[in-house]
Design a protein around this ligand. Sequence first.
Ligand code: C2O
Ligand code: CU
Length: 426
Amino acid sequence: VGADGTRTFRLTAQEGTTRFVPGVDTPTWGFDGDLLGPTLRASRGEQVAVEVRNTLPEATSVHWHGMHLPAAMDGGPHQPVEPGATWRPTWRIDQPAATLWYHPHPHGRTEEHIYRGLAGFFLLDDPAAADVGLPDEYGVDDVPVVVQDRKLDADGDLDLSGGGELGVLGSLVTANGVRGAYLEATTQRVRLRLLNGSTARTYAFGFADDREVLQVASDGGLLPEPVPTTRVQLSPGERAEVVVTVAPGERVRLRSYPPDLGRVVAGYAMGANDTFDVLELRAAQDLAPSPPVAATLTTLEPLPEATVTRTFDLQGRQINGRRMDMDRVDATVEKGATELWEVRNLDLFPHNFHVHDVQFRVLDIDGEAPPPALAGAKDTVYLEPRRTYRLVMRFEDHADPTTPYMFHCHLLLHEDEGLMGQLVVV
Ligand code: C2O
Ligand code: CU
């Protein structure tokens, strides 16, 4: 933190190698290391600045997924960082506490850049928020967990071939880059900040003994109240925070079970329904006491009545019949407007939908209220085939008629192949 109060981070995108499998060094990319990147953390109200240096052999970019910020700082395809160059975005943190993340977003190359290992957490705190009993000691009882799947070829290199309709589904599943990861729990309760950092796979997380956990947050921050559940389903890009209670000395595995993808044609779900171990919790014999989780976590401010309605039909690699065009603006939004977006997946395979700059609310799905896990602030939502999701969002500020924000499917093959559009706030 400098004299002017700005919190500055430095990230260098670089080449490296990772040993996912014993004896095999796989070429990977990382920020400040061989794979993934450091956790960045800032508080509401703070001015942050990042120096993003690119030492890779090609252009990349760094997008702050879930962040409310000016379009020119967003790190999408219009803010490339050329090899050898440094990009310096700066903005003020102006949203509730949340588990966000950062990842590359170069035009047509996002899938490969994330698959190679470029991703990290960006945690936001809100000092003014009430203490609601969530474990909060980073790395001890408050632990970010990015889950990703990959595939290696015979030489041990990352393999993005044969993706089919969804993109690559690999059977090499890692938590924070590690296969067979474990966490030594030293407290009664542990908060896991789960991120689906995969390019295509949807996970349904749950413990091997089907114990109940409390889901306390989704993409954009705390849920109104804790949701007791045995499964937490996340499509690519989504996050959830869960609090799990452990007993002294026990070991229990977090797994991914077959997700409920909706009315997907069976052939498209090939390999999408596999079960994986993700992370083992190993509890100490002596566990420090944890506070109880409060029954009310936050009060979501009601959004004003929407004044604009738009429809977005996703089909194949197109939104409303058009593929992404860097030179075409698909939606022009008035600064301050609250909008209702009706989003439909017309295919019989999965998509999801992510909007930059805002956190939206899922108003309803085919006219029905969303399940409690979707009742909070979201920036990415899974789209079951043949359903209509009505999303409400407010574009508060940050007008910039010349720099667009993106909205797109976060199945990254789809995004790269054109399932993306551009909006400007004027
Ligand atoms: Cu996580 Cu447009 O991105
Ligand atoms: Cu898609």
